[in-house]
Design a protein around this ligand. Structure first.
Ligand code: CU
Length: 178
């Protein structure tokens, strides 16, 4: 009887636990990768920021949630995309009181049994030297390579350039005169 209850609890609670992290944005829609090919790190909710409306249309960034179900840390070590001349792994850092982005030495660690969230104002996959404009609704091929030797070929949706622009280009808050 007790065992039965416990099993029921596990069946209900486990999916919740697994999905509880990074569930803030559930706008990504269906999974962007073939689950059958998944090894090592899981990639979820990947998206690329559209260049439409951006000040600098030669570069943009990809964001995603990475989950490492294994017992050893894994690093995202590199990424490539046919739409970009250069792809780098970036982090945001405070320099002289200003948030700047810079290449993340050694890659982005996905801790064992945990997550890494690539998000605006945090770590991101930087796409530079874009060969085309990226509009909402477009899809961008993106290949991720991990330190465990695995790689993921993704098709990542492009989403509208929104308020996170201010993390890259701080602008004064509009003030309304009383
Ligand atoms: Cu960057």
């Amino acid at each position: 009887m007790k065992t039965k209850l416990l099993m029921a609890f596990i069946a209900v609670a486990l999916p919740l636990l697994v999905s509880s992290c990074g569930s803030g944005e559930k706008t990504a829609g269906p999974a962007v990768q073939d689950a059958a090919k998944t090894t090592g790190v899981l990639v979820e909710d990947a998206w690329v920021r559209a260049t439409a409306g951006a000040k600098d249309t030669s570069m943009t960034a990809a964001f995603m949630s990475l989950t490492n179900p294994g017992s050893a840390d894994v690093k995202l070590t590199s990424a490539t995309s046919p739409v970009a001349g250069i792809v780098q792994l970036h982090e945001m850092a405070m320099k002289d009181g200003k948030m700047v982005m810079q290449e993340k030495a050694g890659g982005i660690t996905v801790p064992a049994g945990s997550h890494a969230h690539l998000a605006p104002s945090g770590d991101h996959v930087m796409l530079m030297g874009l060969k085309q404009a990226l509009r909402p609704g477009d899809e961008v091929p993106l290949t991720l390579k991990f330190s465990d030797g695995s790689s993921h070929d993704l098709t990542v949706p492009v989403k509208a350039f929104t308020e996170e622009e201010e993390h890259y280009h701080p602008t004064p808050t509009p003030t309304s005169t009383p």
